[in-house]
Design a protein around this ligand. Structure first.
Ligand code: ATP
Ligand code: MG
Length: 796
């Protein structure tokens, strides 16, 4: 009901006032209202409203007034569920009751006197809940930070030196480490008072050697020994038990309230949160997030300006932190690589999830990607986790929750690598490794140091095939990892995909950025210091994209000429064509592209009406309808060697049927290039119409359709892909406003680097879906065309 009030009609569609987003049509409204953002904000609003309805505003307190004093005083009006102090000046507080009736009781009492203070109690002000988005992706900040680094980076003599500088600039300083250490000690002292024999252990970037100035402080509260203590204390004499319950503030009272061996993590964390709020100075903004994969208490330390996270049941994270420490201790090149790649990923908005949970890589997953790459260098820079296990001694054997976590505790036990590549070339090799990596059909295993076929990870009877005997979980019903577009198995918890949060788009962006970076790393600008003070080396690599949406001029997809994937018959045809091989190949590619759009993705060729929509002039249109076949010719004037189309191009003797292989009912015979007034033809183009979101959720549909019987990756089988499209079309509703777009192929490059560049352009995109479609095509189309060319399907 409330959601309905959130949606307002606007001249251009709808607007959700809660989330402050515009929505083009009713299906998108329906989808939005069910979506995570709207649901979360709606829940927050409900919680705030309930809090408002249950609380009063209290002023007249002093900075030294405690939450406990207030809670005790207001108990007389009804049970108090929370007291929120004004932490800045300490002059007011919000007292929250469990029952609304208590508010009236508190308000109607005149002359509140508490410990010599006259308190004023007022009703809470009712404020409209307003969502204030955090500054989006902070492009300006990214650019500003880079602007500060730039002069220093440009001055340095080599990329190696630049990478070392990145470490120095970002790493945690000694004082920062010390103050974090002191806070850990303080927390240890406080927690041990309430949870005897407990231990608080830091993990994550504060201690894994990859921390940066602003990184959070991840802490694990180990209550195993407290559980033992509690079990022992359970069977004392009755007198002792009574003594415990008498003193509600004694350290034991907490343990008498809760049975640690059976309490849910959320319940334990509620207690942890209460202790933090009441007993740790400078700590504020304490809250429990029980919906996370591992429930956590979050807090902020004001003086240190530090975000902290406390988890329980997280022994594996402490262990994987030790593993990262071991890797850095073993290999000096790891830290500069990780710092550089983390910074690159942040600048390109590939990692970090600035607003909490999100679809980007987290720093842990990114670090594992770097280690996996180093395991796969020739010769390897780092050993596999299995090899490390074999290097450990008996005392180092360790199994946590059934997972084998054995590795040497000291880096001295690990032999040095024979690989001598410098940082500059390793960084370039990292990009090149992931630029080509087949993410769709592989699962990254640091345990084995190789990519496992995705089919190996499909579960049978709840057991994981990949785990060898000593790595199998002890838990009998352990399920397999959540597979997604990018799969990185945790090195120890083999049923966990640490990149399981990524969506297809973030995976594609990661790979695309690796491809861009790979290209750049081959240029002289990467390798050689500019003598004119221009940006070079890492600076260009770190430059954030200026716009969040792809610029129109960047909407191109390249299909490179690869003779090795072509069938022998086609290769011999190309050989016979001599210098004309490029045009012949271009023709084949164009036919394949058309088949992908028409037969596999079920796009419809636009009618002449649609041409008018695309603002084709009447003269152009009639010219278009006159000519029935078109020939191609290369222009001698064109330095880029792009192909131009001229009226008397018959010289090459290569005829191009733009609609060859098309269904005549939807593809009028003889659709061909437009002739411009100068008497020259524009390159051929298609105008397509797509009525369904055939790109959304393909991976899932494919997996359902092929089950475990087929391990072929996306785009490698025409029949499967056609079925996937048919399935989506059948199951999903039609777009109210179909997407219309233009595709224009162009042959570029010399004999050495021939490729077809397809320029895409939306003509009508009222549903705002073109960007998504383009990102999908970017990976799908080249792969699919390659498959069709390989088989020479319908290319004759
Ligand atoms: P930073 O805080 O700088 O982003 P980090 O390594 O501390 O880097 P966090 O997201 O804070 O990253 O995670 C803390 C630790 O928790 C990691 O170092 C790792 O040990 C563990 N961890 C984080 N994410 C995962 C995950 N997806 N799977 C398993 N363990 C994880
Ligand atoms: Mg962290």
């Amino acid at each position: 009901m409330e959601s309905e009030n959130d949606i307002k009609t606007t001249p251009r569609g709808f607007h959700c006032v809660l989330c402050n987003v515009n929505l083009p049509n009713q299906p998108s409204v329906d989808q939005h209202v069910k979506g995570r953002k709207h649901q979360t904000l709606s829940n927050v609003r409900t919680t705030r409203k309930t809090q408002e309805e249950h609380s009063v505003f209290v002023s007249g307190i002093k900075p030294d007034t405690s939450q406990t004093d207030l809670a005790e005083y207001f108990q007389q009006f009804g049970p108090v569920s929370d007291v929120i102090m004004d932490k800045d000046k300490g002059v007011f507080a919000i007292v929250q009751f469990s029952e609304t009736e208590s508010i009236q009781a508190a308000l109607s009492c005149v002359g509140h006197q508490m410990k010599g203070l006259s308190l004023r109690v007022k009703p809470r002000e009712k404020k409209d809940f307003k969502y204030i988005p955090k500054k989006k992706n902070d492009l300006e900040n990214l650019q500003q930070l880079l602007d500060c680094l730039k002069p220093k980076l440009c001055q340095l003599p080599t990329v190696n030196a630049q990478m070392q500088f990145v470490v120095e600039r970002f790493q945690l300083g000694e004082n920062e480490k010390k103050s974090r250490g002191l806070l850990v000690l303080l927390l240890q002292e406080v927690f041990v008072e309430f949870f005897p024999d407990s231990q608080i252990l830091p993990f994550g970037s504060s201690v894994n050697t990859f921390g940066i100035h602003s990184c959070d402080l991840d802490l694990f509260l180990d209550l195993e020994n407290t559980k033992v203590f509690q079990a022992r204390a359970k069977c004392p004499s009755e007198q002792a038990t009574e003594a415990m319950s008498d003193d509600s503030r004694s350290e034991d009272s907490i343990l008498s309230d809760i049975d640690l061996s059976t309490a849910s993590p959320a319940k334990v964390l509620d207690l942890v949160a209460a202790i933090l709020r009441r007993c740790v100075p400078s700590v504020h903004k304490v809250h429990v997030v029980s919906s996370a994969r591992l429930p956590v208490v979050k807090f902020h330390h004001r003086e240190l300006n530090l975000q902290g996270d406390i988890t329980i049941n997280n022994r594996l994270a402490v262990k994987n932190t030790r593993f990262l420490q071991l890797c850095s201790g073993t290999e000096d090149r790891l830290r500069p690589l990780v710092y550089t790649i983390r910074y690159w990923a942040k600048q390109k908005q590939l990692a970090g999830n600035p607003n909490g949970p999100g679809p980007l890589l987290n720093n842990y997953a990114l670090t594992l990607l770097v280690i996996f790459f180093l395991q796969n260098c020739e010769p390897p820079v780092l050993p596999t986790v299995d090899q490390l296990k074999d290097l450990a001694c008996e005392e180092e054997e360790c199994v946590i929750e059934g997972w084998n976590c054995t590795f040497p505790s000291q880096s001295i036990a690990v032999p040095r690598s024979g690989n001598t590549q410098d940082l500059c070339s390793l960084l370039a090799a990292f990009f090149s490794f992931y630029a080509k990596f087949d993410f769709a059909s592989s699962v990254i295993s640091l345990r084995e140091g190789r990519a496992l076929p995705i089919t190996d990870l499909l579960c049978h009877n709840g057991k994981i095939e990949e785990a060898t005997d000593d790595q199998k979980p002890s838990k009998p019903n352990q399920s397999g990892p959540k597979l997604g577009p990018l799969n990185v198995l945790d090195p120890f918890e083999l049923s966990h995909n640490v990149a399981g949060n990524l969506n297809e788009r973030s995976q594609r962006c990661f790979q695309k950025e690796c491809q861009e970076a790979e290209k750049y790393c081959r240029s002289l600008q990467y390798l050689r210091k500019s003598t004119k003070g221009k940006s070079w080396g890492l600076v260009r690599l770190f430059t954030p994209h200026g716009v969040t949406q792809t610029k129109p001029e960047e909407l191109t997809i390249s299909i490179p000429f690869k003779s090795d994937v072509l069938p022998e018959a086609l290769r011999s045809q190309l050989r016979m064509a001599g210098d004309g091989f490029r045009l012949l190949w271009f023709e084949k590619v164009c036919t394949s592209v058309e088949r992908v759009f028409q037969n596999i993705l079920r796009c419809h060729l636009a009618s002449s009406m649609d041409f008018a929509l695309a603002e084709v002039s009447a003269a152009d249109l009639s010219a278009e309808m006159e000519t029935s076949t078109t020939s191609l010719n290369t222009s001698a004037n064109d330095s880029l060697e792009s192909v131009e189309f001229t009226e008397n191009a018959a010289a090459t003797g290569i005829k191009r049927r733009l609609s060859s292989g098309s269904d005549a009912s939807v593809s009028p015979q003889g659709k061909k290039p437009r002739i411009s007034k100068r008497g020259k033809c524009e390159p051929p183009h298609w105008l397509w119409v797509q009525k369904h979101l055939v790109w959304a959720g393909r991976r899932k549909v494919r997996r359902e359709l092929i089950k475990e019987t087929d391990s072929r990756p996306e785009g490698s089988c025409m029949e499967i892909e056609s079925q996937v499209t048919a399935h989506i079309i059948q199951k999903e509703p039609e777009l109210k406003n179909p997407l219309e777009f233009k595709v224009q192929p162009q042959l570029v490059g010399g004999t050495e680097s021939t490729k077809v560049v397809l320029r895409l352009e939306p003509c009508c995109d009222k549903a705002g879906v073109f960007q998504d479609f383009f990102h999908f095509l970017d990976a799908f189309l080249p792969k699919m065309v390659e498959t069709l060319l390989e088989k020479e399907v319908g290319l004759a």
